[in-house]
Each structure stands twice: as structure tokens, then as C-alpha cells.
Write a protein that binds this ligand. Structure first.
Ligand code: NAD
Length: 291
């Protein structure tokens, strides 16, 4: 048996098309949705993420305010740039690409972004609203995973979802969203302190890997027919390729033979993250229109 592939590229494009139509409607009202994209330093992976976000914004007829800052930027300098962007009525969303250099306190940066422009859902207020089920932005990658599950009618209610990885941007918010009544899943969250990872992953009806460890999840760790969602994006050295590396997920691709559903890397969760980001920028711009 081979799994049904959850095509995030196709669904992402569909969402982006609808975003484009909504952006055009907003433009008619004189509002061009705009995301400020702030990158500190020149980490190649971060630069490539930022560029794909900017490209997606342009394709959707939205604006990006591209702000590139040197690695030496101080925390204070970054905070004052965010403060200016918070006050700028033409900017509807602010994204500071993570990770920021080590001398900058990322928590302070996240808390400095005005919650109404916090399209990444990193501000403590946004996180609190999300946990409490109050209105607000949903975090892009977790929201993208939920949209993919819905698109392919993967049964979530009553299912046992096992998430590997407890990061603030993927694992924790996903667990919180999945236990909402509207999803009604039973969630197990595994992390570096988990004693027997395989014991847990084998229980999963839906297994979500968000670890950052290439091919960590092997076929013998997956229940036959499970839906396997691979959030991981890892670069593995491969001198036979022109770039010198290949991109792979946290799940060994051999799992495809055992799983019922499977997200490819690339082309699974990654494109969904960008689509949901664009959707949040539209929501932020719409909120401005409503004022
Ligand atoms: P992170 O590094 O912040 O957290 C990783 C988590 O994995 C930690 O909570 C840790 O406890 C857990 N972990 C590490 N090794 C483990 C092990 N052997 N067993 C069990 N748990 C273990 O990671 P993150 O920011 O959530 O990112 C995870 C991966 O997802 C990375 O590859 C990242 O590039 C990718 N990512 C992809 C998208 C996307 O759009 N597809 C978005 C965000 C992150």
C-alpha cells in the first residue's frame, strides 16, 4: 500500500488564489495589504524563507516592506524599527524572521509587535487568545496542517494525534488547537524528555513530526494506515547535488509504504505555512478596513 499524498502545494495555491481575489477587493477600497518582512543577518535558510514569502506576497497582489538588517543590529535598534512599523498605517502585518541573532532576545521582539499586526501569532497576547479559543490570528504552520487534514478529510475528531516536538511555533500551538472542541482530538505531545518515542508514535492515528531531525521517524515507528504529517525541513549534505545538500523532512520517506496519508517534503506543510501567512495579512488589512 502507498499513502495518499497530502498536496500542500496544490492546496496552498488554491488558498493563495482566494487571497489574491480578496486583496484585489481591498485594493478597490484603497487598501493594499502590506506585510513588513524583517530579516536580521544573512543566514541562507532564513534568506530563502524570506524571499519565498516576499515572492508569494507579490504574486497575490500584496505589498511587502522588505527590511534587511545586518547581523550587528542591536536589540534596541530592532525594537525601534518595530515600533515605527507598529505606528505605520500602511503596514498591516509585521514578520520578524526567526531566528534572530543570539545577542537579541527573541521573546522581547515577539512581544514588541503590535498584536493586531502579529500575523505570525508569536505575541503572548496572540498565543493566549489562541489557547483560550478567542478570536485572533492562528499560527501559520499549525493552521496549515489543520487545513491540509481538512482538505483530505482525514478523520481528526476522536483520533489520537501524537505530535513530536514542543516548539512554541509548531508543537505547542498544534496541540492546543487540536484539543479544541471543533477538532476534538486526543493529543500526546512528545519531546526530548520522552522516554520511549516509538511506543508513543506507534499509537498515533495521526502522527505529526516537528523536530528538525532528518528522517528521525522510521517505518517501524508508524502504525499501518496512520496519517503522517512531516513539518520538518532539514538540509542534509549531499556532494552529488549541485547545491551540495538535499532537503528532507523528519520522516523517512519509506514511511509512505505504511502510512494512509503522507505529506511530502518539499511540497507538503511548507507551502501551507506561506498560504496561511498571506491569509493572516488579508485578515489584518480587513480589520483596518473595518475601522
Ligand atoms: P525546534 O527546534 O524549536 O523544536 C524541536 C522540538 O523537537 C523540541 O521541542 C524538542 O524537544 C523536540 N525534539 C528534538 N529531538 C527530539 C527527539 N529525538 N525526540 C523527540 N523530540 C525531539 O523546532 P521547530 O521550530 O518546531 O521546527 C521543527 C522542524 O520543523 C524544523 O525542521 C523546522 O525547519 C521545521 N519547520 C517547518 C515549517 C514549515 O513551514 N514546514 C515551519 C516551522 C518549522
Amino acid at each position: 500500500m502507498s499513502a495518499v499524498l497530502l498536496d500542500g502545494k496544490a492546496l496552498g495555491l488554491k488558498i493563495r488564489q482566494s487571497v489574491k481575489e480578496r486583496a484585489a477587493a481591498l485594493k478597490q477600497k484603497g487598501i493594499t495589504p502590506c506585510l513588513a518582512v524583517v530579516l536580521v543577518g544573512d543566514d541562507p535558510a532564513s534568506l530563502s524563507y524570506v524571499k519565498s514569502k516576499e515572492k508569494a506576497l507579490a504574486e497575490a497582489g500584496m505589498e511587502s516592506r522588505d527590511i534587511r538588517l545586518p547581523q550587528s543590529t542591536s536589540e534596541q535598534q530592532l525594537l525601534s524599527i518595530i515600533s515605527e512599523l507598529n505606528k505605520d498605517d500602511k503596514v498591516h502585518g509585521i514578520l520578524v524572521q526567526s531566528p534572530v541573532p543570539k545577542h537579541i532576545n527573541e521573546e522581547k521582539i515577539n512581544a514588541a509587535v503590535a498584536p493586531q499586526k502579529d500575523v505570525d501569532c508569536f505575541h503572548p497576547d496572540s498565543v493566549g487568545n489562541m489557547v483560550l479559543g478567542r478570536p485572533g490570528f492562528l499560527p501559520c504552520t499549525p493552521h496549515g496542517v489543520l487545513m491540509l487534514l481538512r482538505e483530505y478529510n482525514v478523520l481528526v475528531a476522536g483520533s489520537h494525534v501524537v505530535i513530536v516536538g514542543r516548539s512554541n511555533i509548531v508543537g505547542k500551538p498544534l496541540a492546543n488547537l487540536l484539543i479544541r472542541r471543533e477538532y476534538n482530538a486526543t493529543v500526546t505531545l512528545c519531546h526530548t524528555g520522552t522516554k520511549d518515542l516509538k511506543y508513543h508514535t506507534l499509537q498515533a492515528d495521526i502522527l505529526i513530526a516537528a523536530v528538525g531531525s532528518a528522517d528521525l521517524i522510521k517505518p517501524d515507528m508508524v502504525k499501518e494506515g496512520a496519517a503522517v504529517i512531516d513539518v520538518g525541513i532539514n538540509r542534509v549534505n549531499d556532494s552529488s547535488l549541485p547545491k551540495g545538500y538535499r532537503v528532507c523532512g523528519d520522516v523517512d520517506s519509506a514511511v509512505i509504504q505504511k502510512a494512509g496519508f503522507f505529506t511530502p517534503v518539499p511540497g507538503g506543510v511548507g507551502p501551507m505555512t506561506i498560504a496561511m501567512l498571506l491569509q493572516n495579512v488579508i485578515e489584518a488589512a480587513l480589520a483596518t478596513a473595518g475601522k
